[in-house]
Design a protein. Structure first.
Ligand SMILES: [Zn+2]
Length: 487
């Protein structure tokens, strides 16, 4: 081979896809248009890679456990994927049931099942694909933060290995196998991807997920690419291998309504939408204002959507304080004024989230808020949306000292450290997840079996508003969310 020998290899990358149907606003996305965009590039013989979060959450997955994604991922022709945190929402067995029906391997190289010592959920640690004559090494890495928050997995049953340590080890193996290029498929937050790029020299390219904004960065000479969300964007990456060097070119592909829907996938989508039924189109009520449900807002500050939901939590449980982790609210969009439908509600709250009321000391409330703001400005789901309480924090101070403690007010009063307050939260946080371990041993006033589901109390709230406005008559004289479940 002469020095002028040059090979081009195209990669299509996407991550974090939840809804197969297009949305109303541009870019509309949707699996059918996405598939067309992939097909338009098949002449380039692309390697198609996915960075996790597909089987949940969405209102459809709440019914199907993610089954609709199997034919779609297979049709798109994915060659390799890393698992995401939400792929565990229905437990390891369901994940394995779904992933085993896909036509490609799933990677997760740094979390192990203690029973088998093999990677959790039948994943592979790494995978080699020979493509355009190049030996491509793929590794899958995830972060400890979300492993800690999985509600379906007992932390004692698994072993997590730091992604830098494991990344180095996997790269060494791949190099020994003679690979030409190493791609890390990751599902972690930006600071962790940056650390990976800084500390593992042998990785050539990082294709990430978990964050939903389309961002390209270059750290330590390697690109980190996160390709948006929900079949609205993908990346077309061109690698040009020339001599010992590889040139990388990245292009964002936006899936807007100008892209035609692929008919076969549109049929799959429509069949599943039919399964979901007309129920989803039912109008719950009318919003007088826009509601901000964007991740980038909710995970950094209180929003009117967060206040709306937590106020309902207070109202329906007679608690003094409601604390909800922003990660609960999933729609990642601004909800327009006007009719608010069941499908809008379930896009915000697709998970089955039982509420609880616990007895919490003033000191523990402060600790909880401190935890909530500890990861700012990472867009972490633990950032609190609250009702019945006011607080401020200084993000410039170190983690653990950010809360302005003497300014915190519960029901308009200063916090008494030793007093016990009635706090409504979701069962997940009461179990100590998302860093809220101060809640773990608090006495339960309303437990998760007695407590209502969050999506149900919000739905009930709309019904009670209709009753109050006289738009609907109650058969039983109950005013639903206005009635406490247990005191
Ligand atoms: Zn994720």
């Amino acid at each position: 081979m002469g020095n002028s020998e040059s090979t081009q290899l195209t990669i299509l990358h996407f991550n974090d896809v939840y809804n197969i149907e297009p949305r109303d606003q541009e870019p509309v996305g949707g699996a059918a248009r996405f598939h067309t965009a992939v097909k338009e590039r098949l002449a380039l013989n692309p390697l198609i890679l996915f960075s996790g979060d597909v089987f949940n959450p969405s209102l459809m997955s709440a019914v199907t456990k993610g089954k609709q994604m199997v034919p779609i991922l297979n049709a798109i022709g994915v060659h390799c994927a890393v698992v995401g945190n939400h792929d565990f929402d229905f437990g390891v067995d369901t994940l394995v049931q779904m992933s085993s029906q896909t036509s490609f391997p799933w990677l997760m190289g740094n979390v192990f099942d203690n029973e088998t010592d093999a990677p959790l959920a039948d994943c592979l640690m790494s995978h080699i694909i020979v493509w355009q004559g190049k030996k491509m090494g793929l590794i899958g890495l995830v972060e400890e933060e979300w492993i800690d928050t999985l509600s379906t997995i007992d932390p004692d049953d698994i072993t997590y290995v730091d992604y830098v340590q494991q990344g180095k080890m996997l790269c060494k193996q791949l190099k020994e196998d003679g690979v030409d290029y190493i791609i890390a498929l990751t599902h972690m937050r930006w600071p962790n991807d940056i650390r990976l790029a800084q500390e593992v020299e042998d990785i050539d390219l990082i294709l990430g997920g978990h964050d939903h904004d389309y961002v390209i960065d270059k750290i330590n000479g390697k690109y980190i690419i996160k390709s948006g969300t929900d079949f609205r964007q993908m990346s077309q990456i061109t690698l040009t291998f020339e001599n010992k060097k590889v040139d990388v070119k990245v292009e964002e592909v936006t899936i807007d309504s100008s892209v035609k829907q692929d008919e076969d996938i549109a049929k799959v989508v429509n069949d599943y939408l039919d399964i979901m039924g007309e129920e989803m189109e039912q109008v719950l009520g009318h919003m007088e204002v826009e509601m901000d449900g964007r991740f980038a807002s909710l995970r950094n500050k209180e929003t009117n959507l967060g206040n709306f939901i937590t106020n309902i939590m207070l109202e329906c449980t007679d608690a003094e304080v409601a604390i909800l982790n922003s990660g609960t609210l999933r729609s990642d969009t601004i909800h327009p004024r006007g009719p608010f439908k069941v499908k809008d509600l379930l896009s915000i709250l697709p998970l089955i989230d039982p509420l609880v009321v616990i007895k919490v000391k003033g000191q523990q409330i402060l600790d909880a808020l401190e935890n909530g703001v500890s990861q700012y400005p990472k867009l972490e789901g633990r950032f609190p949306q609250v009702a019945g309480i006011m607080f401020g924090f200084d993000p410039n101070l170190p983690t653990g000292q950010r809360l302005i403690r003497d300014k915190v007010k519960v029901q308009g009063e200063s916090v008494e450290l030793e007093r016990e307050y009635r706090v409504c939260t979701k069962h997940y946080l009461a179990e100590g997840k998302d860093g809220y371990d101060m809640f773990k041993d608090c006495a339960m006033l309303v437990n998760d079996e007695e407590g209502p589901r969050l999506s149900v109390v919000v739905q009930n709230h709309f019904n009670s508003v209709k009753l109050l406005k006289g738009e609907e008559k109650s058969k039983f004289q109950h005013r639903q969310s206005l009635i406490a479940v247990n005191r």
